[in-house]
Design a protein around this ligand. Structure first.
Ligand code: HEM
Ligand SMILES: *[C@@H]1O[C@H](CO)[C@@H](O)[C@H](O)[C@H]1NC(C)=O
Length: 345
């Protein structure tokens, strides 16, 4: 079929007109693959808001400083949100959508329910960003910025953060139930769930180091204390005194919401003690300890190296966070920039 020259230029004009109006939405309008600053195959790049909202990161950091001063655990909670977002249909803020007529919220999945926190802090960041730069900074980028900021404010590494993610109009409860590893995962489970996201063994061990901050509920490690293998025996890889401590926090029946630090030595400091504790049988979750006891040479070696060399851990953590943050983002004209992170526009 052949368009006449006139109808062709008419179509071109429509495309140009509609793109000038909607360019207000995709930030700089070069959010697509291969932006002018590079930034890898995802189409994200660090300078995405350089002209459209140069103060974006400052606003995020301002809210984070206040929130973390009030509740030091908030840094951990926000770091975790980015992970739980990225592992379900990519880093697209699908996690933040509440239940509604069209949305079945991921917030009610097994890994998320009665567990995730920090949504009010994300709301506050979003409200301040909407004031400063209306409909410009996506909720998915807010999660990425908050994860980096929380790491830095806890004493961890900083990194150049590719930006330009857009927000999904959908959520996936089943994706959330199936893609996020369970705390009683075997090393093989962990490796395969990370691989499904394009993440390798280095990413698995480095990112598990996120458990250097924050806490877990008794229900997430109870199996280890009383019936690890279906034979009413504890997990023999837990160090004796640590085992006794954990039993006092987490009784055989009840106490499911009692909490214990993931890194008992320094639960609010982003450092490499998490890995030292694994060497001593003091990892809290099965998924933590199996990185060292799971009989996979690469993860065992990485635990040892990170325990010895905090700089190496920081370097790998930063790299792996960028990689995780690049999981299937929506860019260009895909998705939208939500006005309220809980609702599609
Ligand atoms: C490797 C597989 C992983 C498993 C099985 C896992 C599992 C868990 C579980 C069960 C909790 C406690 C939840 C609760 O008690 O309600 C938790 C907390 C946490 N996770 Fe993970 N996680 C994994 C990987 C990650 C990654 C990749 C990150 C970030 C880079 C991360 C960051 C956190 C943080 C910071 C907390 C503490 C949150 C808080 O105190 O509010 N986790 N994780
Ligand atoms: C992990 O826990 C779930 C739910 O409690 C259970 O169904 C499953 O069998 C456990 N997996 C392992 C490997 O112990």
């Amino acid at each position: 079929m052949a368009f006449s020259k006139a109808s062709f230029s008419f179509i071109v004009m429509i495309v140009l007109l509609s793109s000038t109006t909607s360019l207000a939405h995709p930030g700089l309008g070069w959010g697509g693959k291969g932006g002018p600053f590079g930034g890898g195959s995802s189409g994200l790049f660090p300078e995405f808001y350089q002209y459209s909202c140069p103060q974006a990161n400052d606003i995020v950091m301002l809210v984070l400083r206040k929130a973390i001063a009030k509740d030091s655990r908030m840094a951990a909670s926000l770091l975790r949100l980015h992970f739980h977002d990225c592992f379900v249909q990519g880093c697209d803020a699908s996690l933040l959508l509440d239940d509604s007529a069209k949305i079945v919220s991921e917030k009610n999945s097994g890994p998320n329910k009665n567990s995730l926190r920090g949504f009010e802090v994300v709301d506050e960041i979003k409200a301040k960003l909407e004031e400063a730069c209306p409909q410009t900074v996506s909720c998915a980028d807010i999660l990425a910025l908050a994860a980096r900021g929380s790491t830095v404010l806890s004493g961890g590494p900083n990194w150049e953060l590719p930006l330009g993610r857009r927000d999904s109009k959908t959520a996936s409860l089943s994706g959330s139930n199936n893609n996020i590893p369970a705390p009683n995962s075997t090393i093989q489970n962990l490796i395969s769930l990370f691989k499904r996201q394009g993440l390798n063994d280095i990413d698995l061990v480095a990112l598990s180091g996120g458990h250097t901050i924050g806490v877990a509920r008794c229900v997430t490690f109870k199996q280890r204390l009383y019936n690890q293998n279906g034979n009413n025996q504890p997990d023999h890889t837990i160090e004796k005194n640590y085992f006794l401590d954990l039993k006092s926090v987490c009784p055989k029946s009840g106490g499911d919401n009692n909490i214990s630090p993931l890194d008992l030595a320094s639960p609010a400091k982003f450092d490499n003690t998490y890995f030292k504790l694994l060497l001593w049988g003091k990892g809290l979750l099965t998924s933590d300890e199996v990185l060292y006891t799971g009989k996979v040479g690469t993860t065992i070696q990485l635990v040892k190296r990170y325990a010895e060399d905090e700089g190496l851990f920081f370097e790998h953590f930063a790299k792996s966070m960028v990689k995780m943050g690049n999981i299937s983002p929506l860019t260009g004209f895909n998705g939208e920039v939500r006005k309220n992170c809980r609702l599609v526009n």
